[in-house]
Design a binder for this molecule. Structure first.
Ligand SMILES: Nc1ncnc2c1ncn2[C@@H]1O[C@H](COP(=O)(O)OP(=O)(O)O)[C@@H](O)[C@H]1O
Ligand SMILES: O=C(O)C1=C[C@@H](OP(=O)(O)O)[C@@H](O)[C@H](O)C1
Ligand SMILES: [Mg+2]
Length: 190
């Protein structure tokens, strides 16, 4: 059976956009492997992202991020969800463009905040005013995420499955990503 993917689809975007959740479902729909960059970093370090930030600092984490990205992109085509900061590095963007295709999951600030506010797993948001921190990251990073060749808007009334389906349908409109015989059955959204 031919592989459903011709190249690795790399989900990028802000914390809370749904890269991990949507990537998981998208991979299942396509019958391909799913890998989460943060999970791979955690497995390799045998520590949580928060611990790595605390014990070794952000620069160390960013180095690991690039190394893991290189390794994952060298493997067979899959769905690869990045951590929110990975696309900020030009080197990482070049690696992704050379061996995969970046898809920006684009969400409004208030939706991101609703999703991340009660979770203590994101070290960058452990500040006195996490909403302001999220907002300044959102403002600074938007133009960089916009460099991704494919954008998919994330809506608050879409389920994870709806968003995965929207990504799948968008991928189908770009030649060279899905195998030519990939079935994209659209479904009604209410
Ligand atoms: N479309 C969606 N509808 C409802 N909840 C979602 C949706 N997408 C993501 N979530 C939830 O939002 C939170 C953040 O999603 P996650 O996939 O971890 O984002 P990211 O990896 O981009 O930081 C998780 O609790 C996830 O279950
Ligand atoms: O935006 C960022 O710089 C980060 C996002 C996180 O991943 P998610 O985007 O999956 O939450 C994780 O990599 C780390 O906390 C740093
Ligand atoms: Mg994630």
């Amino acid at each position: 059976m031919p592989h459903e993917l011709k190249k690795t689809v790399v989900l990028v975007g802000m914390m809370g956009a749904g890269k991990t959740a949507v990537g998981t479902v998208l991979a299942r729909k396509l019958g391909v492997d799913f890998v989460d960059q943060d999970d791979e970093i955690q497995k390799a370090a045998n520590r949580s992202i928060a611990e790595i930030f605390k014990e070794n600092g952000e620069a160390f984490f960013r180095e690991k991020e690039t190394r893991v990205l290189e390794r994952l992109l060298a493997g067979p085509p899959c769905i690869l969800s990045t951590g929110g900061g990975a696309f900020l590095s030009e080197r990482n963007r070049d690696l992704i463009a050379a061996q995969g295709v970046a898809v920006w999951l684009k969400a409004e600030l208030n939706l991101l905040w609703a999703r991340v506010r009660y979770r203590g797993t994101r070290p960058l948001l452990m500040t006195d005013n996490p909403f302001e921190t999220l907002k300044s990251l959102y403002d600074a990073r938007g133009p960089v995420y916009a460099l991704a060749p494919i954008h998919v808007q994330v809506f608050s009334n879409y389920s994870i499955d709806d968003t995965a389906q929207a990504v799948l349908e968008t991928l189908g409109t770009h030649p060279g990503i899905l195998a030519d015989d990939t079935e994209i059955t659209s479904h009604a959204r209410s």
